[in-house]
Ligand binder design. Sequence first.
Ligand SMILES: *Cc1c(COP(=O)(O)O)cnc(C)c1O
Length: 548
Amino acid sequence: MVKEQKTADVSFESLLKIFTIPEGPDSTLTKIDVSLSQNLNEFLREHIVAEEKPLHEIEKDFSSAQIPEQPEFVSDHTEHLLDTLVSHSVHTSAPSFIGHMTSALPYFLMPLSKIMIALNQNLVKIETSKAFTPLERQVLGMLHRLIYGQSDDFYTKWMHSAKHSLGAFCSGGTIANITALWVARNRALKANGAFKGVEKEGLFKAMKHYGYDGLAILVSERGHYSLKKAADVLGLGQDGLVAVKTDANNRIIVDDLKAKMAELEAQNIKPIAVVGVAGTTETGTVDPLPQIAEVCATHDCHFHVDAAWGGATLMSNNHRHLLSGAELADSVTIDAHKQLYIPMGAGMVLFKDPDAMKSIEHHAQYILRKGSKDLGSHTLEGSRSGMAMLVYAAMHIISRPGYELLIDQSIAKARYFADLINQQDDFELVSEPELCLLTYRYLPSDIRLALEKAQGSQKEKLNELINQLTQFIQKRQRETGKSFVSRTRLNPAHWQHFNTIVFRVVLANPLTTNEILSSVLEEQREIALQAPSLMAKIQKTVQKIHNS
Ligand SMILES: *Cc1c(COP(=O)(O)O)cnc(C)c1O
């Protein structure tokens, strides 16, 4: 409500005002607005409190299920939000927040996203988006060209063609992956003779028509969990997602892929797609894409590349060779809200063949009429925001060489951190950074030697204790430390594939310095001392191993 009287009340007149006239220049909201646009980092530092409040305490602020009967003034409510919500949110753009793919944003996106929200375009159809539709098609064209590098003529011909689509803009990598595999499924079970296609007749009739006993999607065991969701919603079932073994470097083993393909076909199960990962979520590894492409070609199978996180590497001419083979894929997922520094809700899937998305085309009477350029006829989602505008703006303001610098410095920093870890005798680098993601753990050399030497159950026991320590350090650092790294579980070949809990670091924020990286290790060393009983247990086991 607009501040006019002392207590807010419900009147149609004041309701009309919230659609038209904002509060004055001295209002809380206006001040926040200005400081957000002027110095984003300072705003965040000022408003996110450092001390950890347990979640169950925070839940008390969000405990009522009743929709308020009493309206509040905008300024009063904003104060309330700052106290209860903003203060206890996560400072994802802090330079010492190096645990996840969500990171800092360029400041210009704040005012630009206000324009986007003010315009409130709906990209599902031209009638509610006009110029935003060609803009989004151009953004898709730019990403398509980045991956597939087709000629200018190709883009002149297809980018704005009503009957074609180079891809789909969506809320993120999950929807992008589902969209790619939806196309793959519909093409594998397409219309044939009297059969009208799986999109018309459904999976049951499709399987009867083609005589298959099942369908499968193959990906390495490091595949993202969104693929499991895709297998589920597309009717394959989660068991339809077949995990292929990985090597010591966390890359898919192509021989195992070939063996699994043959095995499936012998069981009359049709592989509808193989997914190559270009930057796995846990280790940042890139699969051998050209070899996967070859397997797919032999089996006439859709080749999808999940480059949700790693795809942005293509922006760097110095590093794009790391993703070579992506141009052989039938479809590629890229998240702009990861390494392209766009706020969340910006995912894309690109298709090599401008005709590919025909198999998921949908039409309706009042919108998406046949022959229209409405984007909604090729998207899983319906109403969608003008998010593509922010990608468009960032592409122009940062430009390809700008992104190249950002990508190159992230990769260089990951290399620096890996070397730093290797120089310490109390840390172990568990996975090398191929892009700008690495994993490691705290493992003092005497413990490491004991773990090398130990056999059987003793080895398992010590490994389990080290896991507890890693977990303790990560949690304590998140709760009380100055920095944040995430953790995951790997099965390193070097340690006989034991379940190994590791720290996971994603270097994305250009403001993260080498000094911060050193202090992360220093902090972890200190935290390890805060677990004396666990350390005593570890030392006892180490002694036993040395004496045996
Ligand atoms: C992040 C990620 C996804 C999922 O993307 P969302 O945007 O979170 O839906 C899928 N695959 C990979 C490899 C990812 O890194």
